[in-house]
Design a protein around this ligand. Structure first.
Ligand code: THU
Length: 165
């Protein structure tokens, strides 16, 4: 595209209008920070997709990355029982397969009171990627309990555990 001064801009590129006096664009970049309430809401919605015909215990999880992305999961059961995968691990595996491993917080929602905390296997899987994860356990009545992964799995097995002394 040829401009009046003879210079060209790329076809399709949009030229931004010069800022009007008194209405300068804010230098603050507004990023949407996910609130705890929103994360719980996402876990609650994910829970509706649980496949739990054997236990009838539906779990939803929403995993927030430090960059602000959210990956959700719900438990998927199997007739062999042993092949069942928890909601938390579904969310973790989805995130890792998208290249995201830097987690900030996970919300877990069930219909139980008090709210349920992640099982030991899920705690271990979460600890593979971050040590300072925050864990928010909520139920459908709106009760919320907060933990850190360190509190729920203080002596996690990690790759240093196999180091020779
Ligand atoms: N479950 C989860 O999804 N997350 C947990 O942390 C604990 C258990 C699921 C697995 C199974 O489908 C059902 O709950 C009953 O154990």
């Amino acid at each position: 595209m040829r401009k009046s001064d003879g210079s060209r801009t790329l076809q399709g590129a949009r030229e931004s209008a010069p800022p009007k006096a008194g209405r300068l664009p804010s230098p603050v970049v507004r990023s949407h920070l996910m609130t705890e309430k929103e994360l719980i809401e996402k876990a609650k919605r994910a829970r509706l997709k649980a496949y739990a015909p054997y236990s009838n215990f539906k779990v939803g999880a929403a995993l927030l990355t430090k960059s602000g992305k959210v990956y959700t999961g719900a438990n998927v059961e199997n007739s062999t029982f042993g092949l069942t995968v928890c909601a938390e691990r579904v969310a973790v595996f989805k995130a890792v397969n998208k290249g995201d491993k830097d987690f900030a917080k996970i919300a877990v929602v069930t219909d139980r009171n008090p709210p349920v905390t992640p099982c030991g296997a899920c705690r271990q899987v979460l600890s593979e990627f971050v040590k300072d994860l925050r864990i928010v356990c909520a139920n459908l009545e709106g009760k919320v309990e907060r933990y850190t992964l360190k509190e729920l799995l203080p002596e996690a097995f990690d790759r240093r555990s196999t180091d020779k002394t």
